[in-house]
Design a binder for this molecule. Structure first.
Ligand code: ADP
Ligand code: MG
Length: 545
């Protein structure tokens, strides 16, 4: 008997769907993106039962014609690109043609639609792999209803938070798009109650929607341009701040993106202006020639890759610094002994015709001593970095900022003692908050389904053993403190060790990220990550002074 077999298409589709459709908010995201791509002027979102019973998105966009309707649910069917070359000029939010297929694989789906040119509309229903297409009355536009989400993949449901929390995440998703498309009317109804009503507005009016009216009043406009690169939007004045980064919204060509590094670059100019541990609020739009960005690197397109990362980050830093210039820097709030010299670098060519002038620390890595310490120079000082402490600081920052998960295939299997298993079972949510998804797999075994990108490649059982030890001793901590403790433990585990040989490029990358981090002088254990020797000190040693 043959054991190897090809998966039926329905099963294969559900596996991929696990990545596109992670939770109700992912459904909201995909459907709202489709409505925006269809040119809708008004979008209405309805949620019931935390999005598990129903997500319905109705729009007044171009609609789907009767002839096209059966194709909309085919995997890799899209109206948005024709050739690979189109990808580099992409202006639409969708292009892979897999969202509707992926949603249909894990839910029951009904599309009611009509184009302006048609007299009669179309209803498409799909569930359990069966699809029907029939005539139906419909207003012009498209309404997609998704019911019984994950009815056939119950394991997915286990990772969801409470219906209330899932509804909040859906609301956050709607707000995120409403901020980027102020000219479009948005409405969100949760279990029959209107949660958000946003008529067409100016960008500034929309700010209040996501940040609250009081915070919106404290926002400063920023605008910065160089060639085809434009950074604009709003950042908070140093008068306000949050303990988390939940008030930060980044967009690239109107597409919401997440990037721990963009957050770090935004925050750097606030050093000395905001108390340590507070994060600014921001709604920032980057406009850039699509050819200079790869958006096809992530299943949910939440992360992007810039052709010239450093120039983009420096542009952001420059724009924020300029807006904050009127606010005095209070040295006592900064990291003692670490004011960044605010001198513009030489222009950085971003692409032909696009030049960015960034503010940089200009530090340049020169090599390692004993494969343990990185030696660098900057302006008028020598910098010595402890590579392990530095890497640990940088990774902790990334983990706390929230990284997109990677899904090992096959998932790593963890065999635990009954005591460890109990501890782990009680902390599944805490680990999920850090991007580690574990799932029970029989008595005392678990599967590690997903982990943050920075931890990929780690010995999973050893990593989990370390984290369990932290969980055992951290029972009394409040959730934020526990999260930080776990993040720094995981970072310590994954960080380069003393004795590891690093290429000059790796040294430079580490240095750049370290110097951009919020409090670069110490590692999470409180051990210094670097020290500096100024030219004056060097001269004193040579008895020149
Ligand atoms: P993609 O957005 O990547 O093209 P989807 O699976 O999300 O893939 O959608 C498939 C196709 O269905 C789209 O390319 C579009 O032609 C059509 N479509 C989906 N939603 C809508 C909508 N709300 N209005 C009009 N057309 C839509
Ligand atoms: Mg789409």
């Amino acid at each position: 008997m043959s054991v190897i077999h090809v998966l039926p298409p329905q099963v294969a589709a559900s596996i991929a769907a696990g990545e596109v459709v992670e939770r109700p908010a992912s459904v909201v995201k995909e459907l709202v993106e489709n409505a925006l791509d269809a040119g809708a002027a008004a979008i209405s979102v309805e949620i019931a039962g935390g999005g598990l019973s129903l997500v319905r998105v109705s729009d007044n966009g171009c609609g789907i014609s009767r002839a096209d309707a059966p194709l909309a649910l085919e995997r890799f069917s899209t109206s948005k690109i024709h050739t690979l070359a189109d990808l580099s000029a992409i202006r639409t939010l969708g292009f892979r043609g897999e969202a509707l297929a992926a949603i249909a694989a894990v839910a029951r789906l009904t599309i009611l639609t009509r184009t302006a040119a048609e007299l009669e509309g179309t209803r498409v229903t799909a569930s359990d792999g069966q699809m029907t297409v029939e005539p139906a009355a419909s207003p012009a536009g498209c309404s997609v209803a998704v019911g019984d989400l994950f009815y056939n993949t119950p394991a997915r449901r286990k990772f969801l938070k409470s219906p209330l929390r899932e509804a909040d995440l859906c609301q956050e998703t709607v707000a995120r798009y409403a901020l980027a498309y102020p000219e479009v009317a948005f409405k969100l109804t949760v279990d029959g109650h209107e949660r958000l009503v946003a008529p067409p507005a100016t960008p500034l009016e929309r700010l209040g929607l996501a940040l609250g009216r009081e915070a919106a009043a404290e926002m400063l406009p920023i605008a910065w341009e160089a060639g085809e690169l434009r950074v604009h939007g709003y950042i908070s004045s140093p008068a306000i701040g949050r303990s988390r980064r939940d008030g930060q919204y980044f967009y690239l060509n109107c597409r919401p993106i997440r990037s721990g590094l963009l957050a770090v670059m935004l925050e750097r100019p606030y050093a000395g202006r905001l108390p340590l541990g507070r994060s600014p609020l921001a709604v920032l739009y980057l406009d850039l020639d699509p050819a200079l960005v790869d958006i096809n690197v992530h299943p949910r397109k939440a992360e992007v890759r810039f052709a010239q990362e450093r120039a983009v980050y420096q542009a952001l830093s420059q724009a924020v610094s300029a807006a904050l210039a009127p606010f005095p820097v209070q040295e006592t709030w900064g990291v003692p002994g670490w004011p960044f010299p605010e001198t513009p670098t030489a222009p950085v060519a971003l692409a032909e015709g696009i030049v960015a002038y960034g503010v940089a620390h200009k530090a340049e890595a020169m090599g390692q001593v004993r494969n343990t310490y990185i030696v660098a120079h900057a302006f008028d000082e020598l910098i010595v970095v402890d590579q392990h402490a530095a890497h640990e600081a940088v990774l902790t920052e990334r983990l706390l900022a929230g990284e997109e998960p990677v899904r090992p295939s096959p998932p790593a299997r963890l065999e635990l003692t009954p005591r460890e298993a109990e501890l782990l079972a009680g902390n599944v949510g805490t680990l999920a908050d850090l991007g580690l998804e574990v799932e029970p797999f029989g008595a005392n075994s678990f599967l590690l389904r997903a982990l943050p990108a920075s931890l990929a490649g780690q010995d999973a059982p050893a990593l989990l053993a370390d984290l369990l030890a932290e969980l055992a001793t951290g029972r009394d901590l409040d959730p934020d403190a526990l999260r930080e403790k776990l993040a720094s433990k995981a970072a310590c585990h994954a960080a380069a060790k003393a004795g590891d040989r690093l290429s000059l490029e790796q040294q430079q990358a580490l240095l750049d990220e370290l110097l951009a981090a919020w409090s670069p002088a110490t590692c999470p254990h409180g051990r210094p990550a670097l020290f500096r020797l100024t030219v004056e000190e060097i001269e004193r040693r040579f008895l020149r002074r």
